[in-house]
Design a protein around this ligand. Structure first.
Ligand code: SF4
Length: 243
């Protein structure tokens, strides 16, 4: 499929089978406790280029140190940097967070994002993306997990795995992948597919050496079909040695 095209029937069917196979293998995943939209936005900015543990530690420290988002917005930047140091890139993230909080205040008169619930998903995405530091993934995470609107967030794991599977052409950018994968997967399954593909990318389809021998998606994977060095796996996760 070329970048920008609507997925053809074969791609839609493959996305459906990938959803089913991952569901059978991993089950129904759960997102960490849903956060209010502003909290989710700040948490997702903190998560850029770090792991979940460091993100959560920085978010907790930020909330403990400042009693409100208004206090974070108006604080000396050095204090915000200090509070979020555990997330890494604190000197970039702190001014970015304060800029976003000021911009929301300028446009809305207060720090709140609940009004986005009333907008169509595409307009809500565009509204969030007007801010520096809010890319397609960050905006889609806020929409999907906090506002319960259809958007498909794409991180590095999802980009790599779906290219290997053949759902995306090799040259697809992360920005383009958001549109293509949103069209390929069913909106009702976005959260499940997002979380299960990330898990597959972390545990099995790793960047340097994918463990195709234990992968539940061999039958749907273009990379594997071109590099069939491993026998098809017939083990379920229950009796897989990776547990
Ligand atoms: S078969 Fe291999 S390349 Fe394909 S998704 Fe699974 S681990 Fe990744």
């Amino acid at each position: 499929m070329a970048v920008g095209q609507t997925p053809n029937e074969a791609t839609l069917q493959r996305a459906k089978r990938i959803h089913q196979l991952l569901g059978e293998y991993y089950g129904e995943p759960t997102w960490r406790n849903p956060l209010p939209p502003v909290d989710e936005l700040i948490s997702t900015i903190l998560s850029q280029n770090t792991n979940d543990q460091n993100r959560d530690r920085a978010f907790t420290q930020l909330r403990q140190r400042f009693h409100s988002w208004e206090a974070v917005r108006d604080a000396p930047t050095e204090e915000v940097i200090e509070a979020i140091r555990s997330a890494g890139l604190a000197r970039q993230k702190a001014p970015r967070i304060q800029h976003v909080l000021r911009a929301i205040t300028d446009q809305r008169g207060q720090i709140e994002l609940d009004f986005l619930r009333e907008l169509p998903a595409e307009r809500a995405l565009q509204w969030l993306r007007q801010f520096n530091g809010v890319g397609p993934k960050t905006a889609a995470i806020v929409l999907l997990f906090s506002l319960e609107k259809p958007a498909f967030p794409v991180d590095t794991h999802i980009l790599r795995v779906t290219k290997r599977l053949g759902l995306l052409p090799p040259s697809t950018t992360a920005e383009q992948a958001h549109t293509i994968l949103a069209a390929a997967f069913e909106p009702a399954h976005y959260d499940t597919d997002h979380l299960n593909i990330i898990r597959l990318g972390r545990e099995i389809c790793q960047a340097r050496k994918p463990k195709c021998v234990i992968c539940p998606l061999q039958s749907e994977c273009e990379f594997f079909q071109k590099n069939p060095t491993q026998p098809y796996n017939t083990l379920s996760r229950k009796n897989s040695s990776t547990d």
